[in-house]
Ligand binder design. Structure first.
Ligand code: AVI
Length: 344
């Protein structure tokens, strides 16, 4: 295995964390694929000029937005995180059998690497490769993980997994597997989810396995409560998008002039999040003015909810064969974790 094949253009180094008594032995190989910064100004201008105004959910995750998302994951109404962790805890051994020990395990959008910790005991991969766009967060989490599992080789990759990239290691000796938890696949439009899965399959190669968490269609009240929590954390998360645009694009959104709205759209089987204008108003964003009617909304996020069969159809269209699925219950399950095999 090489740290830095010339073809990837990555910079690669071995990072030894700041000396702390408990992780002196920790080592992380770091590969920076230098993800291109998004053109937020062009994206926001383009989205606000549409008949149905749109803002991309990728802009939720500045430092404060990431903190708010972590808080959402702890809310009593937001069942996906704790339900998925419970499934991973209960079925980790079976998942390990499917993925095989000694794998090169890639985690897409690893964030704080919390869920992989639940699996690592059972899984024992040869190499763990967290991929995340946020360099500092990635390194901190990778170092902490390497400290807990000193015999694990950790290769942290700073990359935007939503656009094509290649794995910056030349390793053909270990079977490849990927982990994509949290139902983040539900934040893609289905045709984009299909294209995304196909790209992951290409990274894995024939016979490679993907473990993916998928939120399920369920009672509308349970779904809508998860995106309209009583403490208003999801509302703050949604409105933080406007605070970020004000700060970074010299805009003048009045945050009290917009309210959070989230509801289940049964035709599309998705939660839609919107920010709704409380009155007629004008907003300036990086030198351009946009008018809002009273009640007009900006669409900020879709979160698709699948049936198990519906997700399997999507996976098959993308070139994967569903191998096994685990859920939290046999009757009316909330969440599912799928093992898919790449057939190409
Ligand atoms: C990251 N993603 C899977 C979350 C979801 O449920 O779609 C984002 C989120 N939006 C509001 N609450 C959580």
């Amino acid at each position: 295995m090489r740290d830095q094949p010339a073809s990837t253009g990555s910079s690669s180094e071995t990072c030894t964390p700041q000396t702390r008594a408990d992780d002196i032995t920790a080592k992380v190989h770091f590969h920076d694929l230098h993800p291109t910064p998004a053109d937020m100004r062009a994206d926001v201008h383009q989205g606000l000029a549409l008949a149905q105004k749109r803002l991309s959910p990728k802009y939720f995750y500045d430092a404060h937005g990431s903190h708010l998302f972590d808080a959402i994951c702890e809310l009593p109404e937001y069942y996906p995180t704790r339900t998925e962790i419970d499934i991973l805890r209960r079925h980790g051994a079976e998942m390990a059998e499917r993925l095989g020990c000694d794998a090169l395990l890639v985690e897409l959008g690893s964030g704080s690497s919390l869920k992989i910790r639940v699996l690592l005991e059972a899984l024992r991969p040869a190499v763990y490769m967290p991929v995340d766009i946020s360099k500092d967060h990635l390194l901190q989490s990778a170092e902490a993980l390497a400290a807990t599992f000193p015999s694990l080789q950790v290769h942290a990759v700073c990359a935007d997994y939503s656009v094509p990239f290649t794995l910056p290691v030349d390793d053909h000796e270990h079977p490849r597997a990927a982990f994509f938890p949290g139902s983040s696949v539900g934040n893609f439009e289905p045709p984009d989810a299909e294209r995304f899965l196909r790209r992951i399959g290409d990274l894995l190669g024939s016979g490679g396995r993907l473990l993916v968490g998928v939120d399920l269609v369920k009672d509308v009240q349970v779904l809508e409560a998860a995106y309209n929590d009583a403490d208003g954390v999801t509302a703050d998360f949604n409105l933080n998008l406007l605070a970020r645009i004000n700060r970074e694009l010299d805009a003048d959104f009045d945050l009290t002039g917009f309210r959070h709205s989230a509801w289940f759209n049964p035709e599309s089987s998705r939660i839609e999040m919107h920010l709704v204008s409380a009155r007629e108003q004008k907003v300036s964003v990086a030198g351009r003015n946009f008018a809002f009617r009273k009640g007009e909304s900006m669409h900020t996020e879709c979160s698709y909810k699948y049936s198990i069969e519906g997700f399997h159809r999507l996976a098959r269209r993308a070139g994967f064969e569903p191998e096994q699925v685990w859920t939290d219950s046999d009757q009316a399950p909330l969440f599912s974790v799928h093992c898919l095999v790449w057939r190409g």
